[in-house]
Structures are given as structure tokens and as C-alpha cells.
Design a protein around this ligand. Sequence first.
Ligand SMILES: [Zn+2]
Length: 316
Amino acid sequence: MTDTFKKYLMADGSARIQAVHLESAWQTGLAHQPYPECIRNLLGELGAAAILLTTNIKFQGSLVLQLQGDGPVSLIVVECTSDLSFRATVNLRDPDLVPADGTLQSLLNANGSGRFTVLLDPGKSTQMAPYQGIVPLEGDTVAQVLEAYMRNSEQLDTRLWLAADGQRVAGVLLQHLPGTGGVAVDDGGRPAGAIQGSDAEARAESWNRITQLASTLGGQEMLDTDIDTLMRRLFWQETLLELETRPVRWHCPCSRARVGNMLRMLGREEIDSLLQEREKVSVSCNFCGKPYEFDAVDCAGLFVENLDESGSRTLH
Ligand SMILES: [Zn+2]
């Protein structure tokens, strides 16, 4: 099963383990976004990271991760909402300057002023204030940038393994849980059977053991293997409690109607002058790249009443 997120807990409560594996959702996202391979893979890795982090936030809203660059890439951005819909895009400063073997540092931090930004938008349904954190781009991989950020912002030790190619995206997150945590406590908050006798030292040992196991992960292996098989292969000697399985989907809220509204706001004169230059007005969503075309008749329809929901003309 792909396009899936899964969450597990070590039975001794020492760590949370999360994994994501995408295939068709990722291919949908790339459909109108033909980036050079090195950039596409960074985008996929950031996408996996955003999904893994979103599931740890108790809110109805969206998480945005941004890599802002001073090199050939000016921005890599992913937005993931609490229902695990995500979208992702890249802004290139100059496509001709992208080297085939570009790395995170050479593409985004050529002059040392690249930034990693986390934006948390809790939406309108809560009193929670939006949060923004900005840090320098430290690390050679997306996983390292995220780990550095988590080390500074969260008190929880977090490790990430991320991989992406043109077909699939995969990510694994391990998080060391403090003190008594997870389900391994009874109703009174006292340690239950499985955790009895467990102390900080034992928990630290568990943590070291599973991070070492996960460190054997190769990118290709992550992409080729579904989550269940990967977890069995890595942690077959551990007792894991499976907590959650959730579907993940690609979603961009752009639509023909929205583009139509935007064209209407430009005004009739502007649209007419565009149409004098070419047969159709072509607009691509600047987030997912999906193209929308309005011919002369469509454009005329934008400026008459009784538009249908698609933003196209209606015949009466
Ligand atoms: Zn879009």
C-alpha cells in the first residue's frame, strides 16, 4: 500500500517511529513540474519531512516548510495540511545555472545566506497563534537541516531518513520520548507492565539501538520497500505498537474558477490586449504548475453575468 503514513510506538515507550511512502501522490505532484533531478529529489525529501512533522502537531491547520536559497534555487516550499494533503513547488532563480550534480548547499546556500523556515498556520478554528521559525541552512541534506532545527527548537531528539526519485518518496522519523510517555502507562499515570523497571538508561539504550538499526537504511531501499516490510526488516527484534495508518494525497486548491476570477480582476482591457498577442490566455498555477487556458470565447464569458462554477461561459 502506497501513499501511506504510519505511526508506531516502541513498547517500552522509548521512541516514536513514523514512516511515509508515496508513489501516485508524488507522481501527481510532479505532473506539471519538470525539475532537474537534483532539485526534484530535494523537493520530494522536503515533502516527506513535512508529512512526518505534520502528524505530530495537534491542530487543524497547515505546516509549511521552506528552503530559501541564495543560489540557483530561490525557494523550495511544501505545504501539508492536518488531513495529510500536501503540495510542493520550486522557484528557480535561473534554470540554466542548475548543475546536474547540484547539492542542497550548492543550490540553496552558495553564499551562506540560505534559510530554513517553518510556518505553522493553525487556521481559523483555534485561538492558537501562527508560529514561524527561521534558521540558517545547516547540513548537507534535507534530513540534516531538519534534525538541526529540531535539536534547537524541540527538546526531543529526532532523527530523519529521507529519499526521493521521479517515481516515489519515502521517509522515516524516529523521536526519543521523554520520561513516561505513550501508551505504556496505566490510568493513574504509573508505568504499566511493559515499562516496569525501565529507567532513563534503558530508554536511552533502546533509543541508541533503534537509531543504529535505522542508520543502515539506504535511500534506494526505502524507495523500493513498502512501510510494513521496511519496519519488519529493521525492527524485527523490537516490540512495536502500531498506532496509526493514514492515507496521504497530493492536493492543490487551484481551479479553473479561481484562475477565471484572477483574470476577471485584471480587467477586460488587459485581457483583450493579451488576446491580441495570442490566441489564448495561458495561466499556470504557480504552486503545482497545472496549466489553464482561456480562449477568446472563454474570456468574453468571464465578463458576462451568470458564470457557472467552472468559470467558463454558460449558454442560455
Ligand atoms: Zn495548483
